[in-house]
Each structure stands twice: as C-alpha cells, then as structure tokens.
Write a protein that binds this ligand. Structure first.
Ligand SMILES: O=c1[nH]c(=O)n([C@H]2C[C@H](O)[C@@H](COP(=O)(O)O)O2)cc1CO
Length: 158
C-alpha cells in the first residue's frame, strides 16, 4: 500500500490522487499506476469536477489508477495477483480486475460509498467472490503516512 500511496502522489488531479499496485502471489510488484490524463492529453483537458456540460469536466477523460496499473504491468498474466488501491475501485475498474483474474482487492479508503459506481463495484466483487478488505497499517509507528494523499480529514469520510 505504501507503493500505491507513493504512486498516487504522482497524480496531477487537484482533488483526488489515486494509486494502485498489483502484487503477485510471490509478493512481487508487477504493476503500478495512478490517475492521470491519457498520454499527450495533459494540457488539452480540464481537471474540473463540475461544469455546465460533463464534457467539460475531467471525468470522461481521466484514466484511472487501476487501469494504468494494468497498462503498466510487467507480466503477461496477473491471475492470482492482488491489487492495492488507495481508493475503492469504481465499477469500470472492478470489471477489469475481475476479467484479469485478480483475486483480492485491498483498499485504503472508501471515500464514495454511496456512489452508484462504488455500489456496482461492490456487487460485482460480491458476485464473483473477489475478496475485498480495508488496509490496516501494521503498526501505528509505520513511517508511511497512508492518508497523506487525501488530506487529514479523509480517513473519517467513509
Ligand atoms: O477507482 C478509481 N480510480 C481512480 O483513479 N479514480 C480517480 C478518477 C479521478 O481522477 C479521481 C476522483 O475524482 P473526484 O474525487 O474529484 O471525484 O479519482 C477514481 C476511482 C473511483 O471512482
């Protein structure tokens, strides 16, 4: 999860930085990603959350951290791997996770539990038997500030 948090820090999204890290059954990191605009689109698209038209917000353009972790993977097959994500995945990322054969999702924050995208993702995971669990730092003296990517108050937001 520390690697996912570090990856999130690369994100230019001014509101929510997300990181993802795929780890094999042998505990090797095989993919890392963060939420970003597609290559060569960085300047062309807005980071706004709201606008008169959804087409003028970031949402139709942003490439999610999980997708980028898959795009960046260093192995052909990620079946049996687990994925660490700093934010509970949306339904679109849940579909990629399921189709790829990832068997466990470990998330840091469930910031948007009432969004349809999150609820649909949970249904997808439940129906496919993918184990989801909230990450718990091993001890309170852990040197990584796991919640720093979201600001001080986000831990309570789920
Ligand atoms: O699973 C995810 N993966 C991921 O990378 N994201 C990204 C998309 C956006 O850049 C950001 C969410 O933005 P916001 O919190 O402002 O709505 O997080 C969002 C989700 C969950 O929706």
């Amino acid at each position: 999860m520390a690697v996912a948090v570090l990856a999130a820090k690369q994100s230019r999204d001014p509101h929510t930085q997300v990181g993802a890290c795929i780890v094999s059954s042998e505990n090797r990191i095989v993919g890392i990603g963060y939420n970003k605009m597609p290559n060569d689109c960085t300047k062309a698209f807005p980071w706004d959350k709201e606008a008169a038209s959804r087409l003028d917000t970031k949402y139709p353009y942003i490439s999610h951290a999980e997708l980028n972790a898959f795009v960046n993977k260093t192995v052909v097959d990620v079946r049996g791997c687990r994925i660490y994500v700093t934010l509970f995945p949306c339904n679109e990322c849940a579909k990629i996770i399921i189709q790829s054969g990832i068997h466990e999702v470990i998330y840091l924050l469930d910031k948007y539990p009432d969004k349809d995208e999150t609820r649909a993702a949970k249904r997808l995971f439940e129906n496919t038997g993918i184990h989801c669990r909230k990450f718990k730092p091993k001890n309170e003296k852990d040197p990584v500030d796991f919640y720093s990517v979201f600001g001080a108050n986000q831990e309570q937001s789920n």
